[in-house]
Design a protein around this ligand. Structure first.
Ligand SMILES: Nc1ncnc2c1ncn2[C@@H]1O[C@H](COP(=O)(O)OP(=O)(O)OP(=O)(O)O)[C@@H](O)[C@H]1O
Ligand SMILES: [Mg+2]
Length: 287
């Protein structure tokens, strides 16, 4: 029995714990884009755990925005029958390609090894944006697992999100690319809140020094810097969870990485105290 079937049996199909929705206001989901300049910094494992943790509080839509080479489904142990490729090809509506991954967690899967999806035309991207505009009203949170790098498409997802989490590791190349991502995103003058998250740090001191270096360079050359979203430690349990195809917070709630994700959620909550969600689909449509 899959999650969609289980949900319909227990009547959870449209349940939501979000207060605004209970009050009848149709706010779009709060969107969080997990991004990085350099590849392999941990965006997908962080997105997978963020989505799993937030789905305990409300309905979560996980968008695999690594559209040509997605792997978000692997980390949720899902085997999508449909994906955003079908939407772009005009063969399916967006709500027909959802993959249920948990009681309140749905995935929009990307293509696997479909290079064309990594560089969509404006019209093709609009087909995803239009679908998202309606879909995001049914969710409390929308987590975007971004592709690495600075392509227009990747930047469009980041610019369209309410909160952007730029992930770096203590590697110099990852820090440099995190700064580059922040610089280019800032130049697009979006209204989103942009924060830096240090992943795979060996200690709080190391994480602090990494965050400080990115902040100093940003202040020096741009006159402003990303806010701090804290850090996640290097944790052998992460690989174990990945190999078991499960989000770390589900596989190993006591792991240090899982506690770090809980702290990250608190910091993200604080960002949303100061802003109303503006809708990823609507923002992408304006791209
Ligand atoms: N905190 C951590 N501790 C230990 N290993 C980690 C940690 N974070 C990530 N990893 C390892 O790094 C690998 C790559 O992570 P992930 O696939 O999430 O990166 P990514 O940024 O999504 O990569 P891509 O840019 O290719 O999409 C994981 O499979 C995991 O083994
Ligand atoms: Mg990834």
């Amino acid at each position: 029995m899959n999650w969609a079937h289980a949900r319909s049996l227990i009547g959870l199909a449209h349940a939501s714990t979000d207060a605004s929705r209970e009050a009848g206001r149709r706010l779009p989901a709060r969107s969080i884009c997990v991004a990085s300049g350099k590849g392999g910094t941990g965006k997908s494992v962080i997105s997978a755990s963020l989505a799993a943790l937030l789905s305990r509080r409300g309905r979560v839509l996980l968008v695999d925005a690594d559209l040509g080479a997605g792997n978000a489904h692997i980390l949720q142990n899902a085997s999508p029958e449909r994906s955003l490729v079908d939407v772009v090809q005009g063969e399916r509506e967006i709500d027909e390609v959802l993959t249920a991954c948990g009681p309140q967690l749905d995935l929009l899967a990307a293509g696997c090894g479909v290079p064309h999806m990594a560089g969509l035309s404006a019209q093709e991207l609009a087909s995803i944006a239009d679908g998202l505009r309606a879909l995001e009203l049914d969710y409390d949170w929308c987590i975007v697992d971004s592709a690495a790098g600075l392509s227009d498409q990747t930047l469009a997802f980041a610019r369209g999100s309410d909160v952007v989490v730029i992930v770096t590791t203590p590697d110099l190349t990852a820090m440099t690319d995190a700064y580059a991502f922040y610089k280019v995103l800032s130049s697009l003058r979006g209204e989103q809140s942009v924060g830096l998250l240090v992943n795979r740090a060996g200690s709080a001191e190391e994480a602090e020094s990494v965050a400080q270096r990115v902040e100093e360079v940003s202040q020096r050359f741009l006159g402003h810097a990303p806010s701090s979203l804290g850090w996640l430690c290097e944790d052998a349990r992460v690989r174990h969870a990945v190999n078991n195809r499960r989000p770390v917070v589900r596989e190993d709630p006591a792991a240090a990485f899982s506690s770090g994700i809980e702290r990250l959620v608190e910091r993200i909550d604080a960002q949303f105290e100061q802003r109303r969600p503006h809708g990823l689909g609507a923002a992408l449509s304006r791209h």
